[in-house]
Design a protein around this ligand. Structure first.
Ligand SMILES: [Zn+2]
Length: 146
């Protein structure tokens, strides 16, 4: 999934797990955020990494994630565990940056990016709608949990 989707879903998960009623420790929230990345990569979605001008998609996606995390941290003043969860959930997608760079190494460190992993795939329209729904759901959960 796109970086922004992992950033938003990570923040939502962090908000739930770190809330007073649940009270996960930070290390548990961060581990859960990584696990959520791997689970969301199973959901059928559309990746731009094989598109023409993939670098532009990657740049826009990464900037959107950075903007969302920066907004959460600096403007909305959300708790640190929420911002860290979003950052850690999005971080494994740095793994696929080489797919959009001129030189191809195809070295993957995060397990959900390895070949045998059941990485979900679908067409561009349903794959984008699904990711939009995950972002929308994440915003709702984030608002409810804080
Ligand atoms: Zn991924």
């Amino acid at each position: 999934m796109w970086v922004i989707v992992h950033a938003m879903s990570g923040m939502a998960l962090g908000a739930v797990l770190g809330s007073a009623g649940v009270g996960f420790p930070l290390w548990g929230i961060l581990l859960a955020s990584l696990a959520a990345h791997a689970l969301l990569d199973i959901v059928p979605h559309w990746d731009y990494t094989r598109r023409r001008r993939a670098w532009a998609w990657a740049l826009a996606d990464t900037l959107a994630a950075a903007l969302a995390l920066g907004l959460a941290w600096l403007i909305l003043d959300l708790p640190g565990y929420v911002v860290w969860a979003g950052l850690i959930s999005a971080a494994p997608d740095l793994d696929v940056l080489d797919a959009v760079l001129p030189f191809k190494k195809h070295r993957r460190l995060f397990p959900s990016h390895w070949k045998p992993y059941p990485h979900g795939k679908t067409g561009s329209l349903p794959g984008t709608v699904i990711q939009g729904l995950v972002v929308t759901g994440s915003v709702v959960v984030l608002l409810l949990a804080l």
